[in-house]
Design a protein around this ligand. Structure first.
Ligand SMILES: *Cc1c(COP(=O)(O)O)cnc(C)c1O
Length: 228
């Protein structure tokens, strides 16, 4: 068995264990395999073990790899920051965007989403640790941006995403993740279709699942350390 296939199985076991320990329904957390800086052969290997959802950070790199595996029925998520000049490509080539943080970008994505495919699933990125080095909106901006994004025909608002500051203790990580869950609950009161909380990476997966994550974004634990 390849190490990618073994790693995937290991991550799935960790996820099921974390679900169990926090009384979450088995299988309620989805795994996004983050394949940035890994070749399309690695994506093919993960697919052979049943993995369908892949996350990429850089639009150009992602488009090149999508070409190489276009024979596979994969679901593509952009999880890196998006500049407006790449909005059209993302609207045409991705299934999900995790880093929506402004209305202008949302309008452009909606405008370029082809009519013959389902709306682009989007998550609002929230800077929950209020870290100046991290992108994302502040918690008090969630409601107003969400209500405006929800009006756009080419987009389907699915929930919230966060990346924590780097230097937090496990207790602080858990506290920030719990805040995210509360923000999702508040959002669901006005937009009941919001069902997704994208949080948790290789190093903090159990804390994220305990706090209600529904989608973990795992790179290193599946594919190993990244090339440059
Ligand atoms: C790279 C990346 C990940 C995966 O991180 P690992 O620590 O390799 O699991 C998850 N989310 C985002 C936004 C990333 O950029």
């Amino acid at each position: 068995m390849s190490s990618i296939v073994e790693n995937l199985e290991q991550v799935m076991r960790q996820m099921r264990l974390a679900e169990q320990q926090s009384n979450r329904k088995p299988g309620s957390v989805k795994l996004l395999a983050v394949s940035k800086k890994h070749p399309s052969s690695a994506i093919r290997e993960a697919f052979s073990a049943g993995q369908l959802a892949f996350g990429e950070n850089y639009v150009q790199e992602a488009l090149a790899k999508q070409q190489e595996v276009q024979d596979l029925p994969l679901e593509w998520h952009l999880i890196g920051p998006l500049q407006s000049n790449k909005a059209k490509e993302v609207a045409q080539q991705f299934d999900w965007l995790h880093t929506l943080d402004r209305l202008k970008l949302a309008e452009k994505l909606s405008q370029h989403r082809p009519a013959e495919v389902p709306p682009l699933n989007v998550l609002l990125q929230v800077n929950i640790s209020q870290d100046p080095a991290k992108a994302g909106i502040l918690p008090e901006e969630i409601t107003s941006l969400a209500q405006q994004v929800a009006q756009l025909p080419g987009l389907q608002l699915r929930g919230l995403m966060t990346i924590l500051a780097l230097d937090l203790s496990p207790e602080q990580q858990r506290a920030d993740y719990m805040k995210m869950q509360q923000h999702l609950t508040q959002l669901q009161a006005i937009l009941p279709d919001c069902d997704t909380l994208s949080m948790g990476m290789s190093d903090d997966l159990p804390q994220a699942i305990a706090a209600g994550s529904t989608m973990v974004r795992i790179g290193t634990a599946i594919f190993g350390t990244r090339g440059i």
